[in-house]
Design a protein around this ligand. Structure first.
Ligand SMILES: [Zn+2]
Ligand SMILES: [Zn+2]
Ligand SMILES: [Zn+2]
Ligand SMILES: [Zn+2]
Ligand SMILES: [Zn+2]
Ligand SMILES: [Zn+2]
Length: 514
């Protein structure tokens, strides 16, 4: 039988937030709270040979609940980056910066002089005997490739406790060893650090393991420009899924917020998406293999229809057949594609040709609404209505039609209707396929809310109809938008949308009670 965390007597009562710590009664629970609140979370860390460490919900989790707020273990420049200030990790303005007077690394200004973040590597650089000289600021700079790794390695002396946590994270060194990326890293980091810093403090093996930990566990944090990389202890144990149950947001100072856009049942594994859930299956698979060295077999990848959306599907080429052409299974992605309705087989080279063309035509497409419409009309000959390339064009389109409220008022009727139709379609699709892409979903809700509001305005002008139900619909989506974007801070576009959404919501509520 479990025992009270304070007095040790057997008890059945437990903390209802985490379901993991037991108390004889309210008095001891209160007494323990200051100690307990640090670990009181609705999940626990489990271990299996196949997954390593992973997180499991210890109780049911409500929609929009925050699971974890976590400060980074450490922050580093990205491996590929133009020069950034080693004080604040923001980009260096070529016309306005200073060199660190001790080590020579450029800093954005005096406000970043002597910051504790830069201390260890400053000393480490001084020891090499001559200052660093960085004079080129526009392109990715080779010197910075090793700086993330250097920062991690120096933790061992600077903060042994953090180093212990860091060094126990997964490096996948055995799997990485020998790959193209590994060989490139060996030259630009593994052999480079001892030579450049004239040091024998770190063995090549230790350096390469550190590179691995940083690459496998690093999160891109967009609160600096350019984004930097951070390691978060608990978030490192999260499993990947292309259909995850947690969303990520960041505070202004780069802390991670993990929260649940939808309810999660007790004992469910918690997951985030390490790739981009808006991409098609093959892109996600290749990206995960390249960056995180594993073949994804999540429920979305294994279901070739991607929950019935046919997000990777082609229209059947048999006359009058309305079936969808897809691979028979994930394993056969590069061989057999066939129609599930009439059985028609299609050559893989046909699929690849069209995808290649569709990708090429989409990327440099001059971003106008009419070009998007043409693209959609053209590629819908082969691709399903919800194919990821068609959807990417639709995403661009809904944002190009009436980019601000004034412009929306002059948008022709047919384009406004298109915006309404596609916003609804995209929202419906991605809530199913990528429920954790909260910034995108929140933006769709906002676009939809404003399109409905504009439509309502036009109806009210033309007729004497009371548009109350339409205003209510507009309010519904602006409320949804606020739910999705509630944790976005105002250094992001989505944070500004959130602010505007709150203003619009209050205005709509006023109109509706009148
Ligand atoms: Zn007790
Ligand atoms: Zn608790
Ligand atoms: Zn700075
Ligand atoms: Zn320095
Ligand atoms: Zn997957
Ligand atoms: Zn068919």
């Amino acid at each position: 039988m479990p025992t009270c965390a304070i007095c040790g007597i057997p008890t059945e009562h437990k903390c209802t937030n985490c379901n993991q710590t037991f108390y004889c009664g309210k008095v001891h629970q209160k007494q323990h709270w200051l100690t307990h609140k640090v670990d009181c979370r609705p999940f626990k860390v489990e271990h299996s040979d196949q997954l390593g460490r992973y997180l499991v919900a210890t109780r049911s989790i409500k929609p929009f609940e925050i699971i974890l707020k976590e400060a980074p273990l450490l922050c580093t420049p990205s491996q590929v980056t133009s020069p950034v200030c080693l004080g604040c990790l923001n980009g260096i303005e070529p016309s306005d910066y200073i060199d660190c007077e001790n080590c020579g690394w450029p800093l954005c200004g005096i406000e970043c002089k002597g910051k504790p973040e830069h201390e260890a590597e400053c000393e480490f650089t001084v020891k090499r005997g001559s200052k660093v000289s960085v004079k080129e600021f526009t392109n990715p700079h080779p010197l910075y490739q090793c700086m993330g790794t250097v920062r991690c390695l120096l933790l061992a002396k600077k903060d042994p406790e953090k180093w212990k946590v860091f060094s126990e994270l997964e490096s996948l060194e055995k799997l990485r060893r020998g790959s193209m990326q590994w060989k490139a890293d060996l030259e630009s980091i593994g052999k480079f650090i001892p030579r450049f810093f004239k040091t024998t403090d770190f063995s090549e093996d230790l350096i390469m393991k550190t590179v691995g930990i940083l690459q496998i566990n690093g999160h891109e944090v967009p609160v600096t420009d350019p984004p930097h990389v951070a390691i978060f202890k608990n978030a490192s144990f999260l499993e990947h899924s292309c259909h995850p149950n947690l969303a990520k947001s960041f505070t202004k100072d780069g802390h991670l917020i993990l929260w649940a856009p939808k309810a999660i049942k007790r004992n469910t594994h918690l997951s985030i998406c390490y790739s981009d859930a808006v991409w098609g299956t093959q892109e996600r698979q290749q990206h995960l293999m390249h960056t995180k060295i594993f073949k994804c077999e999540c429920e979305r990848c294994l279901d070739v229809t991607e929950f019935g959306t046919n997000y990777d599907g082609f229209k059947c080429t048999t006359p009058d057949c309305i079936g969808v052409i897809l691979p028979s299974s994930l394993k056969e992605w590069n061989s057999k594609w066939r129609c599930s309705t009439c059985g028609n087989h299609v050559d893989i080279s046909f699929i690849k040709d069209i995808l290649e063309k569709a990708g090429k035509d989409l990327n440099p497409m001059t971003r106008t609404a009419d070009n998007c419409i043409k693209y959609i009309q053209n590629y819908q000959k082969w691709l399903t209505n919800r194919h990821f390339y068609i959807c990417q064009a639709k995403i661009q389109l809904v944002q190009l039609i009436g980019t601000d409220p004034k412009e929306l008022m002059t948008v022709p009727e047919d384009k406004l209707n298109l915006k309404l139709e596609y916003c609804k379609e995209l929202l419906d699709l991605y809530e199913k396929l990528a429920p954790c892409e909260i910034r995108m979903l929140g933006t769709f809700c906002f676009e939809l809310h404003s399109a409905i509001a504009e439509h309502t305005r036009r109806v009210a002008l033309k007729t004497s109809l009371s548009p109350k139900n339409m205003l209510e619909e507009s309010l519904l989506y602006v409320d949804k938008c606020i739910n999705y974007l509630q944790h976005e801070c105002d250094i992001f576009v989505e944070g500004h949308i959130l602010k505007q959404a709150k203003i619009n919501r209050d205005a709509l509520r006023m109109v509706l009670v009148m």
